[in-house]
Design a protein. Structure first.
Length: 158
């Protein structure tokens, strides 16, 4: 036990293991899942999908996005299973990697919604201004004429 590689994960009270699936930002990246570097951690395979075991002290739940190290690169992964405790076999010949950070997209989602609303309001204002400008330009060319008076009456404008 003195030479246990995962001793910190096994002894800490605030840790647990999780299974994650690596992503490429739009879904699961097949190229990331084809091989397993033994220094990264163990993987289980369910159907075509591989899930990788990581250690964390963050409060995560299924579906959360996390940042992990995989093949000496930072990767975004999706939490697929959260264990109640640390599930590491003593004597495991490699060290499990730790989750680097839990990713929180709350502010980003709010920013996207705000930008969408701004774009919609600007589009509505642009259309309204364009209509008003066109109407004023058209009516100013007919000022005082009989056709202008009839058009104003039909349009309901003064």
């Amino acid at each position: 036990m003195a030479h246990e590689i995962n001793i910190a994960a096994l002894l800490r009270e605030d840790t647990r293991t999780i299974y994650v699936a690596l992503t490429n930002g739009t879904g699961f990246a097949d190229e990331d899942l084809t091989s397993l570097d033994a220094s990264v951690g163990n993987a289980i395979e369910v159907g075509q999908q591989k899930y990788y075991n990581y250690v964390t002290n963050f409060n995560v739940k299924e579906g959360d996005a996390v940042l992990v190290e995989y093949n000496h690169q930072m990767k975004v992964a999706v939490v697929c299973d959260v264990h109640d405790t640390v599930k590491i076999d003593p004597g495991l010949p490699y060290e499990l990697r730790w989750v680097i950070q839990k990713l929180d997209f709350t502010e980003h989602r709010q920013n996207i919604l705000k930008n969408k609303e701004i774009k919609q309001l600007v589009q509505q204002a642009y259309q309204s201004n364009l209509r008003r400008s066109f109407r004023q330009q058209l009516l100013s060319g007919l000022d005082g004429s009989e056709e202008g008076e009839k058009l104003v009456a039909l349009l309901g404008a003064k």
